[in-house]
Design a binder for this molecule. Sequence first.
Ligand SMILES: [Zn+2]
Length: 340
Amino acid sequence: MLDVEALRGEALRDIAAAVDEAQLEQARIEWLGRKGPIADALRGIKNAPPDERRELGLALNRVRDALESAMEERRAALKASSVTARLAREALDVTLPGRPRAIGGPHPLQLAEDALVDALHALGFQLADGPEVESEELNFEALNIPADHPAREMHDTFFVEGHPGYVLRTHTSPVQIRAMRRHAPAPLRVVTVGRVYRRDDDVTHSPVFHQMEGLAVGEGLGMQHLKGTLYGLCRAIFGQDVRIRLRPSYFPFTEPSAEVDIGCVFCGGDGCRICKGTGFIEILGSGMVHPHVLREGGYDPARHTGFAFGVGVERIAMLRYGVDDIRLFFQSDLRLLRQF
Ligand SMILES: [Zn+2]
């Protein structure tokens, strides 16, 4: 005689022990399937004594119903817990702050360049541009630096292999010639800024560096206009109280020429190590455009005069930000760059 109660107990334990749908399905096949003990027992009823058949049939049906509803409950419970587990696993805390993204900033040379160009924009200068690979004619001859001129040696030029007559420009001045030839004869005020190349490399020189240069051509322009422009430029860069000083100097492409000093930004003019006790720091070269250069640009020096000035962007950045080694600007060291 089949122990219906024992079977029921064992099946219920199996159902309760199922930890997922697959195990539950396995239990269903084992206990309620066509080859399971209940189906077996139901098929065997006909062999039981006639007075027990009805009772046994009822008992087996009750067990089957009980197991089916136990399975239904277990299935619902498993489903609920898997949803809960999944929710827990995929929880998203929308109140957490976002991950910070590293955003770059302008390079200190770019900042200095922008400040210089902005200051000249305000004075009516327009941006002009030229190539970094330049003809020797524009880089030297047109700027009154003929082949035998000693200034050529100072420029420590990079020549372009396989292209005689071409150099990496040693200054931004050839853009002056380009701008004059493009715009003559109208009054002209241009600013140019860009990379220039010379073969030297130490704490204050780099083989590639940046220059900014301004040029004005018109009728009746004199040193006073140059000085006024330089005042405006230096005030914009170093503050309203800046003092400037022009010293006579020599450049092939200007006559007369002047080097321009500003009152030392480190000691306020009292004299320090950086200004070597003079209270002044040299920042740029300037002068009245040489007649030869005006002619090369398409102007008649009898009618038009002009002034020009050039400044090293690195020099301005070093003074403005207190950086004492030019090479730091080219090393991409984030410890430096993050300070700007
Ligand atoms: Zn000083």
